[in-house]
Design a protein around this ligand. Structure first.
Ligand SMILES: [Zn+2]
Length: 78
């Protein structure tokens, strides 16, 4: 279901945000769907298997989910 997004989190973060696959997870100015940037750190979640698993396990940002749902369905799925 999440194939078209990159799941990322910030250093010490407690939620996973969604990055459009056009946005690089290695760029500090890449905005998640909710508008959040990793500043002053970097996005994590794609560097290793361990990071990918953590990104999958964390609670997913409700705003990112809402934006993604809106894109897919044309209505909010909160
Ligand atoms: Zn978010």
């Amino acid at each position: 279901m999440d194939d078209d997004v990159t799941r990322v989190y910030t250093e010490g973060g407690t939620v996973t945000h969604y990055l459009d696959t056009l946005q690089s997870p290695n760029a500090q100015d890449s905005e998640a769907m909710c508008g959040r940037t990793p500043w002053p750190g970097m996005w994590h979640g794609t560097g290793s298997q361990e990071e990918e698993e953590k990104a999958a396990d964390l609670r997913h940002c409700s705003q990112c989910r809402a934006v993604l749902g809106h894109r897919r369905n044309g209505w909010l799925t909160l």
